[in-house]
Design a protein around this ligand. Structure first.
Ligand code: NZQ
Ligand code: ZN
Length: 386
């Protein structure tokens, strides 16, 4: 096990009716900006609950943050927040809203010409001192509600990059499973896949004496695999949604990551597919992951065998047969959620594969737990997934 430090300050407030508690959590004299997306919170009653809870607080609102939040939109929010003297942000929505709100919190103190610089220069990002933020989650997927990262897209350049900052953890996050009942089925599928792949990125690497982290990761994977068929049919059962919601938060809150090598190449490649084709984040992961496991099977073989045995019950055959079976089970799991395993099917072109590989080449990217996934492997992965 590698050395590590762990500190996750997010207070989770979980369960039915818990949104009312935000009034106690946010300082009485806070100058709040509520941030949200395209309006789902208005049609499902979450907005009304938030407004009722904040009856004695001072707040303004900023709606219209898109899925895969756009830098251009977030800069408008920063301007309004600065004008309004905002010192507390309350994100109400899915990962895009929480990520976007983290970026607003960080950009408030930026003095230069273009806050996009922060996305390109992690050292500059480190110097930022974000204002306080909190979240009310409506879509279990990203775990942004319990981590300090975010992913922002820029329309002008068709780029999508990730950031992290130790000051960008929400102070608290409310997770009310009933908020998820109104989700479109497609978003439930995205969330199940995102959670599954977050764990794969932290778990399917190489063995490093990480017994407790592995068991934790396998626990999240099994929870998702077991809940998925019921959720795919119907996501209005409180208990089933509650387990899914907590599993998604646990998928990327630092627990699985303690002292282990991590991959993240599936995400990096997926972000390019979203940037160029607008594909949903979860969908990109389902398209890339099985191909990546196949291309990188020599490096990941030992963990794939362990995963196959503990998550899918694959215990017979040679090592190569077990690896084959584990990858096949992964692809079948995504297909059971309605995913068609072909980039072409979703409109990705051979030209965009070339463009993505060129981007990784120009950046000199060396992805994966061993730094061995260069633009050459990315091409193999995308061609296999095509
Ligand atoms: O905008 P509204 O109207 O709210 O609708 C949203 C949006 O259209 C809708 N939705 C959310 N909750 C709903 C609902 N509709 C009905 N009922 C509800 N309860 O769902 C749509 C998608 O929302 P979005 O927030 O974009 O989805 P998700 O949570 O999957 O977030 C995706 C973004 O998170 C980033 C992704 O790259 C992507 O940009 N990620 C963030 C991570 C992090 N911070 O750690 C890690 C992830 O790997 C991921 O990269
Ligand atoms: Zn993800």
């Amino acid at each position: 096990m590698n050395n590590f430090e762990f500190n996750n300050p997010v207070k989770l407030i979980f369960g039915k009716g818990q949104i009312a508690k935000i009034a106690q959590e946010i300082p009485a004299d806070a100058n709040i900006m509520i941030t949200y997306g395209g309006g789902s919170i208005k049609s499902n009653g979450i907005y009304d609950q938030v407004i009722a809870a904040l009856a004695n607080h001072k707040y303004i609102e900023f709606g219209g943050i898109e899925p895969n939040p756009k830098y251009e939109t977030l800069m408008k929010a920063v301007e309004i927040a600065k004008q309004g003297g905002v010192n507390y942000l309350l994100a109400v929505g899915g990962g895009s809203i929480i990520d976007g709100t983290k970026f607003i919190a960080l950009s408030m103190g930026y003095k230069g010409d273009s806050a996009w610089e922060l996305m390109l220069n992690p050292e500059l990002m480190e110097t930022m001192n974000p204002i306080a933020l909190a979240a009310i989650l409506t879509l279990p997927a990203t775990a942004s509600e319990m981590n300090c990262g975010g992913v922002i897209s820029r329309i002008e350049t068709q780029e999508k990059f990730a950031f992290s900052h130790p000051g960008a953890y929400p102070q608290f996050s409310v997770l009310d499973p009933t908020a998820c009942f109104s989700l479109p089925k497609k978003q439930v599928v995205n969330g199940l896949i995102d959670t599954f792949v977050h764990i794969m990125e932290q778990y399917i690497t190489y063995p490093c004496n990480s017994s407790i982290q592995d068991r934790f990761s396998e626990g999240v994977l099994l929870t998702i695999v077991e809940a998925a068929p019921a959720l795919y049919k119907d996501h209005s059962n409180y208990d089933t949604v509650a387990n899914y919601m907590l599993a998604a938060t646990m998928g990327l809150n630092g627990f699985s990551a303690m002292g282990v090598p991590q991959d993240w190449a599936t995400h990096m490649i997926g972000h390019e597919l979203t940037a160029l084709h607008g594909l949903d984040h979860g969908l990109t992961l389902a398209l890339v992951e099985p191909a990546l496991l196949e291309v990188m099977r020599a490096e990941k073989g030992d963990k794939l065998v362990q995963y196959g045995a503990r998550v899918w019950g694959i215990t017979t055959g040679s090592k190569e047969e077990k690896v084959d079976a584990a990858i096949k089970k992964t692809a079948e799991f995504f297909e059971s959620l309605g995913i068609v395993s072909s980039l072409k099917h979703y409109g990705v072109t051979e030209e965009s594969i070339d463009r993505i590989c060129k981007r990784f080449e120009e950046r000199g990217s060396k992805l994966g737990e061993n730094g061995t996934i260069t633009h050459v492997e990315v091409r193999k992965i995308l061609e296999k997934a095509y």
